[in-house]
Design a protein around this ligand. Structure first.
Ligand code: ZN
Length: 134
């Protein structure tokens, strides 16, 4: 089952500038910063009440975030939903006809197993499923 929106991912060009802007916007510093080598991204997490904002910056040319920014510019990159059991959700969504970007869950930032649904099957929105690693 889908739970709440776990976080909103925002693609940024420069983490230093974006971090200080979001710190001024939300009135508090990021609670976590993490490099995800496998994805080639630097991430930074902020809290706004119960909600999380994830800033993402590509480390090198050609990774998903860098090419997103090249095509569309900076901005909202994905919406992540919390799921109880990522494998059964992936299975269910595949049967429903959604296009999964990865066949197996991957280890994401913030102690999560993640999977993305292709925006072509979700009206243009990149959707991330994430399950807390227990
Ligand atoms: Zn995310």
């Amino acid at each position: 089952m889908f739970g709440k929106i776990e976080h909103i991912g925002i693609a940024v060009r420069d983490m230093g500038t974006a971090n200080s802007l979001y710190e001024r916007l939300l009135g508090r510093p990021p609670y976590k910063q993490e490099t995800v080598e496998s994805e080639g991204v630097i991430t930074s997490f902020f809290l706004a009440g119960d909600n999380k904002i994830e800033l993402l910056q590509g480390i090198h040319e050609g990774n998903a975030i860098s090419s997103f920014i090249e095509k569309k510019g900076e901005g909202v990159h994905h919406i992540a939903f919390e799921v109880e059991d990522i494998l059964s959700e992936m299975d269910r969504l595949k049967k429903e006809g959604f296009v999964l970007i990865n066949d197996q869950p991957k280890k994401g930032a913030d102690n999560k197993l993640i999977c993305f649904l292709h925006p072509k099957s979700t009206h243009g929105v990149l959707i991330e499923l994430c399950q807390e690693i227990r």
